[in-house]
Design a protein. Structure first.
Length: 320
């Protein structure tokens, strides 16, 4: 069986959250099938005008144990991106100009026939906070605006005085605020909205606060349009953020038939746009976010490799 070379574009390996990282686990599962898994950071990709394709200064990643923290890296090799059959763009936000510039360079690989996941164009077209608006039947009402007055009116009328405010380019609960007219004055919240929007320069997403978050937020990981893994993220105490960095715990979750159909319907539609991997967050049966930059396959059970093996098998089949 011929080896298939894969490249994972990730944050510096020493900065990864090893207990929760999915990239290294997918890479290890691919190696178990006999394939090659290289890694590099976005800053290790460049494109010279004389070349038809960008290059990566990458290292072969090897792991001989089940512990992802135990790995070996080869010396750095300069490889054209079209050397690889598949490239996995797994860089965490912030979604800034440096991130976008990396997708421009990855476009050279996609045009050369390399399977880039998720597709560079899709990473530019589908914002993780705004893309849910394309599926209004699956979400609560929301508003994206840079107008502090319009956001306040949404808070007051549509959200009944209780809402969450999110920046559009961050992840992991960073910058997410709860605005509650029963706890804070209208004057202070107006001032906060003016600050958050930089007086009309910066967009924010506002959604009604859903108290069902305290029962847990469901994380669904999909690959090739299929739900692969489910878990429940339970916030810690009175914290409304269901992120592990905020103290949330992970529990097993058994989805309903409606939930499976809901996420797989959306995942199949986005697959047509080149989005191979997705991480859905659901609150009370509604989709609150669709993560596509570097979705994590969160698991309640440590050491379960079956979902990663399933993903590797899908990739193996698709690239044959």
């Amino acid at each position: 069986m011929a080896k298939i070379p894969h490249l994972f574009v990730i944050d510096p390996i020493e900065s990864l959250n090893f207990p929760l990282d999915s990239s290294l686990r997918i890479a290890r599962a691919l190696r178990s099938l006999g394939h090659e898994s290289y890694i590099c950071t976005p800053s290790q990709i460049e494109w010279a005008s004389r070349d038809g394709c960008a290059v990566a200064y990458a290292q072969d990643l090897k792991s001989e144990t089940s512990d992802v923290k135990t790995y070996q890296l080869s010396p750095i090799k300069r490889l054209r991106l079209d050397h690889f059959r598949a490239i996995h763009m797994r860089k965490d936000p912030p979604y800034d100009l440096a991130y976008i510039a990396c997708t421009w360079l990855l476009d050279t690989a996609a045009k050369a026939g390399v399977k880039v996941m998720n597709a560079p164009r899709a990473l530019r077209d589908f914002n993780e906070k705004i893309s849910i608006f394309q599926f209004p039947e699956a979400i609560q009402d929301g508003l994206v605006s840079a107008d502090a007055q319009h956001l306040f009116e949404f808070l007051e009328k549509e959200a009944h005085g209780d809402a969450v405010l999110k920046p559009l380019t961050l992840f992991g609960g960073r910058g997410v605020l709860r605005l509650n007219l029963a706890k804070d004055s209208a004057e202070s919240l107006r001032a906060l909205l003016a600050t958050e929007t930089s007086n009309g320069l910066d967009y924010r997403l506002m959604q009604p606060f859903d108290k069902r978050i305290f029962e847990g937020e469901v994380r669904v990981f999909t690959a090739r349009g299929q739900a692969v893994s489910w878990c429940l993220k339970k916030p810690h105490g009175e914290n409304f953020l269901a992120n592990t960095r905020s103290g949330a715990t992970l529990e097993p979750y058994e989805p309903s038939a409606r939930e499976v159909a809901l996420v797989e319907n959306i995942a199949m539609k986005l697959l047509e746009e080149g989005v191979y991997f997705l991480g859905f967050d659901l609150i009370g049966g509604n989709v609150s976010e669709i993560n596509l930059t570097s979705p994590r396959l969160l698991q309640a059970t440590d050491g379960d490799t079956e979902p990663y093996n399933r993903i590797a098998a899908m990739l193996d089949q698709d690239l044959r």
